[in-house]
Design a protein around this ligand. Structure first.
Ligand code: UDP
Length: 273
């Protein structure tokens, strides 16, 4: 069973995208972290959704079910906010993994809640943790761990890591989608003190300076993906999903429009003389 937050959602290819504004999103997180109760189980499970994730849910049933049971699915990629606009004529705030990581660390430092950084290549999460602590004085880091094999189950992790994970209030998981969401779903029941768990993709790499985040102008114009493709050309295969996503949304809209057309009115049969 997952912790649910009540708010309207917009389904995009079967994934319910949150209508929460940035402020409301961080307020719900703040509220959750402020509740003085160690038995907050299960934690809020946040997924930051981009078009690649939405397309993946079409062909990956277990992944789709995970996203249907998560607490909040935010619009991470510009493609998702475009789809919500196209399908529902509504505007949703983009809430990315990287922005969330920074902001949530700030909240945790203020509220004296600890964070755990799980994932990324060896050394990266460690470096990201030191930088986050220097940017957010008072931030408590319960632990940091980069597994050799991404889908290592909780029971197979070193005992110290298991204990640290069990004591953290917030767990950031950086394994890339869909691995990180699957890992969270499989292991979340073990994190008894955790109030919030979120998959944040390559965010530790950005904080650690291992990869450069797109300049603000790219982020503001929704072209962050172009910059990432330029930085990591191996992403081209993933990018092929973008036109597929756009096509799927356009077809969905067209089929809805067609099915919403008023049914033809049956004319009374003419009486024959
Ligand atoms: N990663 C990992 N183990 C794996 C695969 C990926 O720790 O088996 C890490 C990788 O080092 C990177 C993050 O997961 O830090 C995924 O980044 P990606 O750029 O794919 O995610 P995105 O930001 O696109 O969601």
């Amino acid at each position: 069973m997952q912790t649910q937050v009540n708010y309207p959602t917009y389904p995009v290819l079967g994934v319910n995208i949150s209508s929460l504004s940035k402020e409301e999103f961080f307020e719900s997180i703040m509220e959750r972290l402020q509740i003085d109760d160690d038995n907050m189980h299960p934690p809020l499970f946040v997924v930051t959704v981009n078009p690649e994730i939405a397309i993946q849910t079409i062909v990956d049933n277990p992944f789709r079910e995970i996203l249907q049971s998560s607490s909040i699915n935010t619009a991470d990629g510009v493609g998702i906010s475009w789809a919500v606009k196209h399908l529902y004529n509504k505007t949703v705030d983009r809430i990315t993994g990287s922005d969330s990581l920074e902001k949530i660390c700030g909240v945790c430092a203020k509220l004296d809640q600890s964070v755990f950084l799980y994932g990324a290549a060896p050394g990266i999460a460690d470096r990201a943790a030191s930088i986050l602590v220097s940017r957010n004085p008072g931030l408590r880091v319960a632990g940091v761990y980069s597994p050799e094999v991404a889908d290592t189950y909780f029971e197979r992790l070193p005992i110290t890591v298991q204990l640290q994970l069990q004591h953290a209030s917030v767990i950031f998981v950086a394994l890339g989608a869909p691995l990180q969401e699957k890992w969270i779903h499989e292991n979340m029941h073990n994190f008894t003190r955790c109030r919030l768990i979120i998959g944040i993709g390559g965010s530790f790499d950005f904080i650690a300076g291992n990869k450069k985040r797109a300049p603000v102008v790219f982020r503001k114009t929704g072209l962050e993906w172009v910059y990432r493709l330029y930085q990591e050309p191996v992403r081209w295969r993933r990018m092929l999903r973008l036109p597929l996503f756009a096509l799927a949304v356009v077809i969905l809209k067209a089929s809805r429009t067609t099915s919403q057309k008023p049914a033809p009115v049956a004319l009374p049969e003419r009486e024959t003389a």
